[in-house]
Design a protein around this ligand. Structure first.
Ligand code: TEU
Length: 582
């Protein structure tokens, strides 16, 4: 129960929800074709209900050529046959609702597939009425069309190579910030926006509970009144460079989202959950996106904490220091404390597995480190997102060669590296082994059978061979499991308002292995202390006031210290949450 003294936007009921992300392709396969599907999700709703999550976010299930596993949509108002039918969707939605679980759709409207009828028309001729629905531009004057440097701008795609594709037949280039099969929609055109809003209303009328909006801070480009787009700063030794400064949080981004809110969400009785995926967003921008008064979004996915260990590009890996990680998270806690709201995540379908990246995924410490990472995440202020399999402590796959990978991004950067030579190629395959997106996309491990209970057929990507030990069947009834620990954290959020409302203070910001903080609520406080290392760590917590009467409410290891007293020693990957009433 939220106390009445704390009414107001900061205490809207949705702020107590926990979201679970399903990547349908890898969740559960009901028909043996090796690809997860909607009936597969339906068959596992009990798992989600037991975990206690309030919302499921479904990664894209729409019709798609699957160049980017469904983030390339060719029909926004149908389900891809790989995943099932609209009738399957309706059944899943009704069954989820019957269990009190809401369903949020992935909204991918920065771009469509090149096979979407809108793009097929747009591409057909420069005179087509839909030509202006996408970004078509002439080659750079003085260059032979289709040759390097002839692109309208020097922008590189996020998934390797130039962001412009030459279309010989219609004599212009089109923009694609992602793959060439993902042309960018032109949001400057009001017809595009209205078509998107109509599609969103159609899903809401069908009963869905909100949207996770893919790269929604890329929909407004830095376009001049004459239609020209600015060049980026090229990378050293390259013609091309990242277009981020001209494509992230562009001049009309907030206007477009406010318009969307008015056209789609206003006047809906039930709360519709909205979360924008916003790479490169700053705290100041995030406040603008998520301040309830501005009527844009409930929250955004920021990327700062998942870029601390990467250099010039995603596969340029750097060591991560704990003070940097917790400092970053704390800065977001403070930045969105008064206005706006945080989303909290350590992994998703684009990131390596959290336990492998931030924990210790060796057999000895895997479970404790997965639990401690969950403790720290769920006890921050904001909405926690549990990525499928993280509730089991699933880890990175032992992929050692490019043939193991399926992700178009990995395959594109590999093709690029192979032009540069063997040394680069070996370094890339090593980096993919730690940072590739496919680690999050191996099938969910339901049991110890050969297909891990995911499929009776041949899975589209290899099952992690650790499925014999790491699986749901072994965990759901075990009170010491990673699953049970997630369940306790979710229960705590639902039962104790301080988890949602309490303010946040980071303790020992420079400590190299302890992550500790206090949450102060209106009638209780929580103290979280976590050892993010595989050694015993003595820690002297700077405590305010008397914590002797506090009691541990969630702990990772048996016999946790009863109070955070002097002489405290945290065991490897131990974490404890103490609560004191006031
Ligand atoms: O991801 C966008 C994203 O996180 C990255 O592309 C990011 O912009 C990049 O790391 C910066 O170089 C979303 C989806 O989550 C992802 O699965 C899709 O592939 C992508 O958009 C395109 O739709």
């Amino acid at each position: 129960m939220v106390s009445s003294a704390a009414a107001g936007p900061a205490n809207e009921h949705w702020r107590r929800w926990v979201v679970y992300q399903v990547y349908p392709r890898s969740f559960a396969d009901s028909d043996g074709d090796g690809v997860g599907d909607l009936p597969g999700i339906l068959a596992h709703l009990d798992h989600l209900q037991r975990l206690g999550v309030d919302v499921v976010w479904l990664s894209p299930i729409y019709r798609s050529p699957m160049d980017d596993n469904g983030y390339d949509i060719s029909d926004y108002q149908d389900v891809d046959p790989l995943f099932g039918t609209l009738a399957d969707f309706d059944e899943l939605l009704a069954a989820a609702h019957a269990r009190g679980i809401r369903v949020v759709m992935d909204l991918v409207v920065n771009h469509t597939s090149d096979e979407h009828p809108w793009f097929v028309e747009s591409r057909s001729s420069p005179e087509n009425p839909k030509r202006d629905w996408y970004w078509w531009r002439d080659p750079r004057p003085g260059h032979a069309p289709g040759t390097p440097g002839a692109e309208p701008t020097n922008w590189e795609s996020h998934f390797a190579g130039p962001a412009w594709e030459w279309d010989e037949a219609s004599g212009q280039y089109y923009l694609h910030l992602f793959t060439r099969k993902q042309p960018d929609l032109n949001w400057e055109n009001p017809q595009v926006r209205q078509a998107v809003y109509a599609m969103m209303r159609w899903w809401l009328d069908r009963g869905v509970d909100g949207f996770r909006m893919d790269v929604i801070n890329m929909i407004s480009k830095d376009v001049a009144p004459d239609g020209s787009l600015p060049d980026a700063t090229p990378r050293p030794g390259s013609l091309y460079g990242p277009a981020d400064e001209h494509t992230y949080c562009g001049p009309r981004n907030h206007e477009f989202l406010q318009e969307m809110h008015a056209e789609v969400f206003a006047g809906r009785d039930a709360h519709v959950l909205t979360v924008g995926e916003t790479p490169g967003v700053t705290v100041a921008e995030a406040v603008l996106f998520t301040d309830p008064e501005r009527r844009e979004l409930d929250m955004v996915f920021q990327f700062e904490h998942v870029t601390l260990d990467i250099g010039d590009h995603r596969y340029d890996l750097r060591p991560l220091s704990l003070p940097a990680l917790k400092g970053s998270m704390a800065a977001w806690q403070h930045g969105l404390a008064e206005r706006g709201w945080n989303s909290l995540y350590l992994g998703n379908h684009d990131q390596p597995r959290a336990v492998s990246r931030f924990g210790d995924d060796s057999p000895e410490h895997r479970a404790a480190s997965a639990k401690t990472l969950a403790t720290v995440l769920h006890l921050h202020r904001g909405t926690p997102y549990v990525y499928q399999g993280d509730e089991l402590g699933m880890r990175n796959a032992p992929f050692t060669e490019i043939g193991h990978y399926r992700d178009v991004w990995a395959l594109n950067v590999h093709a690029e590296a192979s032009l540069r030579g063997e040394a680069d190629l070996a370094a890339l395959v090593e980096a993919l082994g730690r940072a590739g997106r496919d680690h999050a996309r191996t099938p969910v491990q339901w049991d110890a059978s050969p297909g891990a209970g995911f499929t009776t057929g041949t899975p589209w990507i290899d099952v992690n061979p650790d499925a014999a030990e790491v699986n749901a069947a072994a965990q759901v009834d075990d009170p010491d499991s990673v699953f049970a620990h997630h369940r306790r954290l979710i229960d705590l959020r639902h039962s104790d308002p301080v988890v949602t409302e309490g303010d946040f203070e980071l303790l020992l910001p420079e400590h190299p292995s302890v992550w500790a903080f206090v949450r102060r609520g209106s009638d209780a406080d929580l103290l979280v202390a976590a050892n993010l290392s595989s050694q015993d760590v003595p820690v002297d917590l700077p405590l305010d006031g008397d914590w002797t009467a506090a009691a541990p409410v969630v702990a990772v290891l048996p016999q946790p210290p009863s109070a955070p007293s002097a002489g405290l020693v945290l065991r490897p990957w131990e974490s404890v949450v103490w609560r004191r009433a006031r």
